[in-house]
Design a protein around this ligand. Structure first.
Ligand SMILES: [Zn+2]
Length: 243
């Protein structure tokens, strides 16, 4: 009998009358799909996105969908009191599904998911958006597409007047190197992304909702330009409305 492994539920799809297909991120295999037969008959617990489960993935062939045996609830990061945190979690899970395709063990990414969800559970509402920004940046770091955020990628100078995110250059340019366009990321925001300071609890409330959304979108577009995924992140529409 195989040992159960821990997995994060990224997404679930109803299959037939009583079954679910779960998209899981596991430490052992990375991204996998698994069928959980009779899941909807359960009176005690039905797996949801964002939950941590114990399961035994089994399949006869090398590829394809697993059957999930002995699946148990382990933990659920709960944000039922915060629509914002739920929308942020859903955006991060959806983004991960858009970028990741293959079964490929990735311990660093698995740890990142855990840290992100744990932090989201603990943090204040303003800092919740910052945790999404950090997740997007560290997700890129883990997959080899880091964003340089300590100095201008063109001249190397610090960001006195803020800067612009240039995906093809792998970082931000300072205001001087892109004099024709007004920089969208202020010096303070770039500093926050680079060092965590000034505190997100102080800085994020001073930003307009469209600025908060704009920063989120640009960080996601940066990943999109590297991984060229086409899938829309639908949870962002909801996030936009409540920012
Ligand atoms: Zn420069």
């Amino acid at each position: 009998m195989d040992k159960p492994i821990q997995a994060l539920v990224l997404h679930r799809i109803r299959y037939g009358e009583t079954s679910l297909i779960l998209k899981l991120f596991t430490e052992k295999y990375g991204l996998i799909s698994g069928m959980l037969k009779g899941a909807m008959n359960s009176k005690k617990w039905i797996p949801e996105s964002g939950a941590i489960i114990q399961t035994v993935p089994i399949r006869r062939r090398e590829e394809g969908m697993y059957t999930l045996g002995s699946t148990e609830y382990e933990y659920h990061y709960g944000f039922t009191n915060s629509l914002m945190k739920s929308a942020i979690r859903d955006s991060a899970l959806e983004l991960s599904l858009a970028v990741l395709h293959e079964e490929d063990p990735h311990t660093e990414l698995y740890t990142l998911f855990g840290k992100f969800l744990h932090n989201l559970e603990q943090c204040s509402e303003p800092a919740a958006l910052f945790s999404l920004w950090l997740f997007i940046l560290r997700f890129g770091d883990a997959l080899g597409v880091s964003v340089e955020r300590t100095g201008c990628v063109i001249c190397g100078e610090p960001f006195l007047e803020g800067g612009e995110l240039l995906p093809e250059q792998g970082g931000f340019s300072c205001g001087n190197c892109r004099p024709k366009k007004s920089p969208l990321f202020s010096r303070e925001v770039i500093s926050l992304l680079a060092t965590g300071k000034p505190s997100p609890d102080i800085l994020i409330p001073t930003l307009l909702p469209r600025e908060r959304y704009g920063i989120t979108l640009l960080l996601i577009e940066n990943l999109r330009s590297h991984f060229s995924f086409h899938r829309e992140i639908h949870s962002l529409d909801f996030l936009k409305e409540i920012l």
